[in-house]
Design a protein. Structure first.
Length: 214
C-alpha cells in the first residue's frame, strides 16, 4: 500500500481555461484560499482580492491550435512561476477536452513542480468518448500532467453520463463541476493517494468513498 500524500498550507488553486477557472474560483471562495486563473480568453478571467489572472495573448490568432497556443504560453513561464512561488500545495484544475487545458496544464504543473518541496495535485476533466477528435490530444496532455504531478484526479464524465442517460450534457457538467469543488474541499483538509485516481459521482453529484479508485 502506497503512502498517502499529506497536503500542507499555504495552498493555491490554479484554474485553466473556462471550466478550470470557474471551478477554481468557486473552490477558492469556499475554502477562502488564493487562486490563479490562466486563459487565452479574457472572459474566463476575474480579478479580485482572492483571484489573480494571467492572460495568454495569442496575437492575431483568433482560434489557435493547442500546439500554437502552447508556444504562446511558454512566454508566460516566468510570470506563472512567480505567481505560484511560496505555496506548499498547488492544485491545478483543467478541462483537457479544450485547447486551453491541453496547451497550458502540462506547463503549469511542470513549472509548479520546479520546487521539489511543492505538492502538485492535478484535476483533469477528459473529453466524452464521442469527442473523438479531442481524445488523442487530451490523452497526451494527461500523460504529461501525470509525469510531474504528485497525484492526479480524473473526472469520469463518460461513466456518469452513461449511468444517467436522461441528463443533458449541460446538466452533467453542472453536477460534475460541483462535485469537483467538493473534492477539492475534501482533499484540502487531509491527505490523498499518490498516482492517479478516477472520480465518479452519483446523480445528485455527491461523492462517496468508493468513488475513488486506483
Amino acid at each position: 500500500m502506497e503512502d498517502e500524500l499529506s497536503l500542507k498550507n499555504p495552498m493555491l488553486l490554479v484554474g485553466i481555461g473556462g471550466v478550470g477557472s470557474k471551478i477554481a474560483a468557486a473552490a477558492s471562495a469556499a475554502l477562502e484560499c488564493k487562486c490563479l486563473l490562466i486563459s487565452n480568453d479574457k472572459k474566463d478571467l476575474v480579478h479580485n482580492d482572492r483571484c489573480t489572472a494571467i492572460f495568454v495573448r495569442s496575437g492575431e490568432w483568433v482560434n489557435p491550435s493547442c500546439y500554437k497556443l502552447r508556444s504562446f504560453v511558454e512566454s508566460h513561464r516566468n510570470e506563472m512561476a512567480a505567481a505560484m512561488r511560496g505555496y506548499s500545495t498547488v492544485i491545478v484544475v483543467s478541462n483537457l477536452a479544450g485547447r486551453a487545458g491541453t496547451a497550458i496544464a502540462p506547463l503549469v504543473c511542470r513549472t509548479a513542480k520546479k520546487d521539489s518541496s511543492t505538492a502538485v495535485i492535478s484535476l483533469a476533466i477528459m473529453p466524452f468518448k464521442y469527442e473523438a477528435d479531442r481524445i488523442f490530444s487530451a490523452g497526451t496532455a494527461l500523460r504529461r500532467v501525470r509525469e510531474v504531478s504528485d497525484s492526479t484526479i480524473v473526472m469520469d464524465n463518460d461513466a456518469f453520463l452513461d449511468n444517467n442517460p436522461e441528463l443533458s450534457q449541460q446538466d452533467c457538467f453542472a453536477i460534475t463541476n460541483n462535485a469537483i469543488v467538493e473534492v477539492i474541499a475534501s482533499i484540502s483538509a487531509g491527505m490523498i493517494k499518490p498516482a492517479m485516481n478516477v472520480l465518479r459521482t452519483t446523480s445528485s453529484g455527491q461523492i462517496s468513498r468508493h468513488a475513488w479508485m486506483r
